[in-house]
Design a protein around this ligand. Sequence first.
Ligand code: HPA
Length: 272
Amino acid sequence: MNPSHVLEASQILNEKIGQKASIGIILGSGLGTFADHLENKKVIPYSEIPHFPTSSVSGHKGQFVFGTVNRVPVYVLQGRVHYYEGHSLEEVTFAVRVLKQLGTKTLIVTNAAGSINRSYKPGDLMLIKDHINLLGTNPLRGKNWEEWGPRFPDLSQAYDENLRKKAKAAAKKIKITLREGVYVAVSGPSYETPAEVKMLKALGADAVGMSTVPEVIVANHQGMKVCGISCLTNYAAHTGAHKLGHEEVLRTTQKVSEKFGLFLKTFVITIS
Ligand code: HPA
């Protein structure tokens, strides 16, 4: 990754926004409506930001949004790019580098995921307590820019404990169930076979998805505090009568979008 590209992108965003936030939020598949309800919004399409990669997946709008939640300023990425689209992990994590350059200290990463733990149902929200990287690669592969972070960053507390406590408190406040578990990242884009889900379960995963882990690695590399939330949209490799597809994932995120939005809003206010 070229540091000057990160600088160029952040300079343009600073000019267009003219205000600062210390919280950044990445919205996963179908979870973008949270950004629509922000106050004092400034919306910048990714295509207007130099070097910013754009997504081809439905359910991902592709715009950078600045706004406030109860007067708390936030940067929101409405849509992300994925490894399975053919992007390099440098491209996948470019936005996180830019968020850091803009001054973001806390990153909230969200995603849609398949439930492996059968007591966690579609429609449940799951706080990520740890992850397993099965992408077969790492976003930090290649030259390390020492000014960004160490060559060998520690990931023993990749998901900040204090933020997790606050996420649980926010869920309690609005009386919703917040599950907690391990997220495993696979490359996709095909969904898992039943044998793979059995393997992932044996490895200790509660949910499976195709994103998040690269962003979390890069955020940790740069010393940001991270909180991860999965919206469980389906049982992984379910054995139902119909085939699993992206439509089902989007349908579930639509159903939970109100609960998810209220949770995120309450959480942002709790940590501000
Ligand atoms: N597997 C992988 N990624 C996903 C799933 C799934 O079942 N659901 C939503 N994203």
